[in-house]
Design a protein around this ligand. Structure first.
Ligand code: PEP
Ligand code: MN
Length: 640
């Protein structure tokens, strides 16, 4: 059962409720949610819920209807984010785990670890105890394999996961791995589950070959009841009558599981298909299904692999796959989980000593009210734990970062349908103390949002930003031809407004986070006419706070501004310099210079060429020729 506590419960009252439940034989877990704090009580005992409901500080008691209790969404509404070393799995992230089926040798695991890390994997896998169908097949290197896997994980700064097959190995393995893997064949090995659960460590729980979703969640419940709340589920294909693939990838299990449990779910396309060529498309299908990551087998010489060679990707194929996953992420509202790049010893500097942008306890400013698309861009770029500072105007965001009230600011610069947001380019020009440290993309998916319980036929008025209304015109004309559209200063602000009105005849058009934030209901999803609607944001900082961002991902873009003299071909000369250096220009804008009628400042974005020297030379050349030239930022194009 779930014991919902009153907001003002005293620590003494809470202790009393807790001890009462423990004495009755329940396992008690406290869960602090965004809205409520609850005590989850599970166990074999049953008591009259009213005895608890009447205790001081208790608001209500709700029974859990599912057989799995700790794992159920009823117990915890928010997504669980499992932390494995520096890596987080769950929430808005897609984590890529990769490595060979089995650890075979020092050279093999080192080579694979290096290539998967370079390509963007955040965790290393590798079997040391292999549960093989044939007793004559390679069974793994055992503890020696774990030592090699640990060494590779440490060398390339990745947490590691490996399968545990026997309860008697749990203690030994806990000294090597960061996350246990329970294989499909052992999903219902309850003694193993209990032993692994007792360690309290993260566990990757594969779905059994013929397990129903409920059986799979019951296995997670075993782990949780034994002592860990760090469980990641993994869909890895189930046994069906189909022979074309090794197993049948059950993508539909992913959204089903997400409804039933708060635990993150990832997918394993390698064991699901058993065929190398199908691993990449099925990885994308897994991400498109809403999973929090993939675990993929990669081998440097798959043809010589001691196990699962035919399904292992070549490192180059894996690299391409991570690129494709990254491109898909904004479509599903997620970003690729990244950990700071490993810097060669010689380059280690202040960068690593400075707090990572992912760490907590700093403030990030954005324009708009809570739930705005800009807040979504903040959440994608930083950890959930950062403080957000909603600002009234774009200029307030710049001022907040400039004055140090916020460490970072996030502002939109371009929308695929609406074009450039000039205000922010102009503000950048008058804030030379700020620099662009990153870029983030958000897919703008509009929703019709209403007061809970309202129906389509109730709606008389629709509030939204004029852009929101314009972008949903076809839907409005078809579904709500008689509703009055009322322009509002901001999409999320419109949701806040209808929440205040509490009137079923009004609706708002905005993003889903705004509906969640203000407790409203989404009546229709994805109502924008053109689905290729993305907004690109700049992440701004003062120079002294730029370093941690620069160590996050390879830097691949730069933004510059310059002005030229008023003579024939002056702009052409600069553009030719860019072209002659073989540098690809991705954006060009011109803006009037305040106080200098008919003079213009040009903004350019370029793809950073390989090797920084070419870029530095280009800047020097432009500075010599132009009237003014400033580097606005050198950054990674999408911060995951
Ligand atoms: C593995 O990950 O190497 C493995 C054996 O997977 P599964 O348990 O899903 O078959
Ligand atoms: Mn395998």
């Amino acid at each position: 059962m779930i014991v919902i506590l009153k907001q003002g419960i005293t620590p003494q009252e809470k202790d009393k409720v807790r001890s009462f439940l423990s004495e009755k034989g329940f396992i008690v877990k406290e869960i602090v949610g965004q809205q409520d704090t609850v005590l989850g009580a599970v166990g074999k005992v049953s008591i009259d819920p009213r005895t608890v409901e009447l205790m001081p500080g208790v608001s209500s008691v709700v029974p859990i209807s599912k057989p799995y209790k700790l794992a159920s969404r009823e117990m915890k509404k928010e997504d669980t984010i499992v932390q494995v070393g520096k890596v987080k799995i769950g929430g808005n992230r897609v984590a890529v785990i990769a490595g060979p089926c089995a650890v075979e040798s020092y050279d093999q695991i080192m080579a694979i670890a290096e290539s998967v890390r370079e390509a963007g994997a955040v965790m290393l896998r590798g079997g040391a105890f292999k549960p093989r169908t044939s007793p004559y097949a390679f069974q793994g290197l055992g503890e020696e394999g774990l030592k090699l896997l640990r060494a590779a994980g440490d060398a390339f700064d990745m947490p590691i996961t490996s399968e545990v097959v026997s309860p008697s190995d749990v203690k030994m393995m806990s000294g090597y791995v960061d996350m246990f893997q329970i294989g499909a064949r052992n999903m219902q090995n309850f003694e193993l589950l209990k032993e692994v659960g007792k360690t309290g460590m993260p566990v990757l729980l594969k779905r059994g070959l013929s397990a129903t979703i409920e059986e799979w969640l019951m296995a997670a419940e075993y782990l949780m009841a034994s002592g860990t709340d760090q469980v990641v589920l993994c869909e890895r294909g189930i046994r069906t009558y189909e022979k074309a693939t090794r197993n049948t990838l059950d993508c539909s299990a992913i959204p089903v599981v997400q409804k039933l449990t708060h635990l993150p779910v990832i997918g394993d396309p390698s064991h699901a298909t058993g065929i190398r060529d199908m691993v990449a498309p099925m990885s994308l299908a897994i991400v498109a299904s809403g999973a929090s990551g993939v675990i993929v087998e990669v081998h440097n010489h798959p043809e010589n692999a001691l196990s699962d060679g035919p399904q292992s990707l070549y490192p180059s194929q894996f690299k391409k796959l991570v690129h494709d996953i990254q491109a898909l992420c904004p479509v599903v509202g997620k970003s690729l989980e990244k950990i700071p790049r490993v810097l060669p010893e010689s380059m280690k500097s202040r960068e690593e000593e400075t707090a990572s942008p992912a760490s907590s306890s700093f403030t990030v400013a954005f324009q708009g009210v809570r739930g705005a698309f800009s807040e979504l861009a903040v959440r994608r770029s930083f950890d959930e734990s950062v403080e957000v500072m909603p600002c009234h105007a774009f200029s307030d965001v710049f001022d907040a970062v400039s004055s140090g009230k916020a460490k970072y600011g996030v502002v939109p610069v371009e929308n695929t349908l609406g074009g450039t947001i000039y205000d922010n380019l102009d503000l950048l020009a008058i804030h030379p103390e700020l620099t662009v440290v990153g870029e983030q993309q958000v897919r703008v998916m509009h929703n019709l949002i209403v007061v809970p319980g309202a129906k389509m036929e109730d709606i008389r008025k629709v509030y939204s930003h004029p852009q929101g209304i314009r972008q949903c015109r076809a839907f409005l004309d078809k579904e709500l031809p008689n509703a009055e559209c009322v322009p509002f200063f901001d999409t999320a602000g419109a949701v806040e407004y209808i929440a205040k009105l509490g009137d079923k005849s009004v609706a708002a058009i905005a993003g889903a986070p705004a509906a969640r934030y203000y407790g409203m209901e989404v009546l229709a999803q994805g109502i924008e006419t053109d689905a290729s609607n993305y907004t690109r944001f700049y992440i701004l900082a003062r120079e002294e706070n730029a370093a941690p961002f620069r160590s996050q991902s390879p830097l691949d873009k730069a933004a510059l501004s310059f002005s030229v003299s008023d003579e024939p071909g002056a702009l052409m000369d600069i553009l030719r310099m860019i072209a002659d250096k073989g540098v690809n220009m991705t954006k060009l804008e011109s803006r009037p210079i305040p106080g200098k009628p008919w003079e213009y400042l040009f903004f350019v974005e370029i793809q950073l060429p390989e090797g920084r020297e070419r870029f530095d030379e280009l800047v020097k050349d432009i500075q010599e020729k132009a009237v003014s030239c400033k580097v606005l930022g050198v950054y990674a194009s999408v911060i995951g």
